[in-house]
Each structure stands twice: as C-alpha cells, then as structure tokens.
Design a protein around this ligand. Sequence first.
Ligand code: ZN
Length: 525
Amino acid sequence: MPTLAELLTSKDITPPLSGQALDDLARVIARATGWEVYPSSVIAAGGIVYFLGRRKLDKRLCLVWEEAAAPAAAADFCGEQSPVQIGDLRLKLQAGYLDHQNAAALGKRIPFTAPRLIGVQAAIGTGDRLGLATPAHVRAVRGSGLRAVFAQQSIREMTRTGRTPEEVMDTATFGVFQEGWREGFGADADHLKTTDDIDACVAAGFTMFTIDPGDHVDGEADAADLAGLREKFHALPWQDLETAPGPLGRSFAEPVRLPDGSVVSFDEETLLRAAVKYGRALAHTAKMHRHLAAKTGRRPFELEMSVDETATPTSVAEHVFVARELRRLGVQWVSLAPRFVGEFEKGVDYIGDLGEFERSFAGHVAVAQHFGPYKISIHSGSDKFSIYPIAARLAGNLVHLKTAGTSYLEALRAIARVDPGLFREIMAFAVERYPEDRASYHVSADLAKVPSAKGLRDAELPGVLDQFDTREALHVTFGSVLTAKADGRPRFRDRLLRALAENEEVHYETVRAHLERHIRPFARA
Ligand code: ZN
C-alpha cells in the first residue's frame, strides 16, 4: 500500500487500493480536508489524488495535489480551492460539483469512468431514473462476468423525469467512480425515434444507440390477406430500400439453414408478410444508422434495433428477413430486440407459456448466430424471473437484458423502509395517476386489488412492492411522481431524493439485492 506522498507523485493510474491501509488513508484525508471520503473512490494519477467526498448531503469530486507541483490535469476540473496541510505535505484541495464538466474531465483522466463499447458479450443494462442507483448497480454486477450498461435511458423517460442525456451520463460516471469500478461500462441511448434524439445523445457521449423504428412497423400485416399484402408490398418505399419487388423476391428464393439445423423458407405469403410488416422499419433504421455514423464521425459506436414495443410477435422467419435486409442495407448492429411471444409487462414476471417462449427464443438465437453473431436484447427485462434461466442457457453470450423500472421500484421499497409517511403519499398519488399514465405502457394492473396505503402498518409497506397490481401502478407513474408540483414546488421529488441520499446504504442494498436476482442466472463468472 503506497503512502499519500507516494500517491501524490504517481504518474500512472494507481492499482486498486483496499483493506485497512486504505481505510486509514481515507481517514487521514478526511481529517485534513473536512470531506468524508468514499474509500473505494480513492485513486491517484498524474500527481493528483482523486476521491469522492461528502459533507452531509453535499457530494463533491475532490482533488488534492502538492502545491508546488501544480499538475497540468487539475486545469480540466472546476471547483473551490483551499490549502491543506497533512504532516509536512503542503497540499491544494479542490472540491467541485458533480457536474458535466467534472464528469467529462474525470472520464478523460480516469478512463474507466467514461463509457466504452461493450461488444458481443452477455450484458445487463441498468437504467437509473433517479440518478442515484449506479453504486447499487455496480455492486450487483461485480463478480458476475457480465458487461454492464450503467447509463441507459430512453428519450421518453428522460422527458418524463425531466433529465437530460448529460445528466444520465454524468450520474453513471460518478457512480462508477464512487465504487471504484474499473471494468468499464456502456452507455445506451434507448428507444431513439428521430435524428434529433440521436444528435442529443451523441453530444452527451453515449456509446450505444438503440434505434426504435416501431412506429414504422405495419401492425396490420399479420391479419392481412394475400391480396392486401400484395398491394401493401408494392407500396413499400422501394427507393429507400435500395431494391425492387422482383429482386427482393428472388433473393429469398433459397431457404435459409440456421445453425440449430432448422430451415426457414419463404413462400410468397411469408415473404410478403415479413416485408410489409418490417419494410418501412428497415428503411427508417438504415436512415438512422447513416445519420448516426455521420454524427459520430470516427468515434466508434454500437447499435441496437428494437421492435419490442409493437403489437404482434416477431416470428423467426421475420427475424431472418430483418437481419438479412439490415445487412444488405449496410447496417451494423450488436443487438436486436424482437417482439417476443407472451407478455412483457413492466416490472413484473413474464406472462405466457414458457415452452412457447423457449421455442421461439431458441429460434431467435439461431438467427442471431447465423447473421451475426449479435445479441438478442430482452427489453422490459425487469423482474422476468421465470425466463432468465431459459434465455441464459440458450443464448450464452448472445444476450442483453435491459432493466430500469425495477431499480425505481426498489428505491420506493427503500422509502417504505425509511419514510413510511412519504411512501403512503406516493402510493396514493400513483393510484390516482395510474388510469392516465398507463396509456403508453404495457401493463394490466387492476386498481381494485391495490391495498389502501392507509390501512397498512408501517412494517407491511415494503411488502406491497411484491404485489403485482401495486408494482405496476407504481412503475408506470414514476414520471408523474417525479414531476408532480404542489404550490409551485416539487411535491415528492426532493423529499424522495433526500430520503434516499440520507439513507444511502439502505437504498443501495435494497436495489443490489433485487438486481442480483436478475444477474445471477446470466452470470458468466
Ligand atoms: Zn424497449
């Protein structure tokens, strides 16, 4: 274990510090600076010792360096400076806000705090709507061998929570720093529908872009008869698809043999249905891909295509069609989210036949092996405990699980533990809001089955998070809860965030314990 003086002269990033010696060092720094130190965050590079400091609820990115040395990297960061003396070391302390400038500077100087590509490796995305949960996510993922996507939020949810793409990135950066997570993480700009969405997320430094062409999927294709399909087929945007009806038809004349031995052949009806259903979505995805490639320039990125939020399941043949056509159109992608069979309602377990899910999932994996390999992405992946073992066994490394709502729900469970009064208020408000807020989400909660918060004892409150209808009602109302106003001021948001910050360990451990149940079935280590 190096001494503080040695850390202050280290040029390269120091190896992870741990044990009693680290705790002692953290105490020495805390005493001298007045900032309580998160020990896991302590790291040194380029003549600067960095740590995350805390005074009550005020968290800061702190830097200390030898006054005489004036290291160049310090100029990248902003914050208040003050002199500090430790033994005979005359030091400068700089304590800066957890803002975008400091996050960007940290990513530059301590590269593992900046997002990176995650590749075709089993991964979990852990969306964090409150901007406080990354440390819990790090703890859950640590040791699992899974790649992590700690920054992940859709434009829809950023709008609903009043957050910017920068904030989503920055909270992941500081969360990773706090926990000393050095294995890297991805940043997924989820469900992008327009080129403006892409621009905002490229500017914020995201590395993964999930293109959602769902609005261009023709939901009527499944029910249309052959005559109707022929008509719709000829009306496809052929110029954007860079082909014509004849050549497309001929290119699917040969059956496709998949690695699992199955054969997918396209008779006229199968091909027309696939083309009609997904043709416009493919054209849109290709356009978004071109825009993204132009915007990112030489910066590498990862792309996912998602059609999970559409009316009817994606058949294996349709998946073959989509993958082949995407490839022909020059799109490169690391993962694809089909619309699976069964119901993926928000924040609750899979609803449907597990045997049917297994058969169709196996087919999707075979397509991904054949045309990739790329990953099958499971959206609305929170709390789908019954399908995890199936997906993990069939997909191996070719799986990406996306979660988000479950971390918000578990934060509410922490609130139920530490502030029952606030939880009761939020629960009553969620019941009021649910009929309207459910509109854009896939849920089926029956409010008649949600218990009245008033009738429950404090000790019973955390348990209502396990009740199906309550869980869904609380899940889809997060935006209303976080943006509700009373007398022109936030009605819940500030109290909610404050209670979680004051009870940080309760929050982290509640989220970690629940998220681990998602991760364990997929663990690669
Ligand atoms: Zn989705």
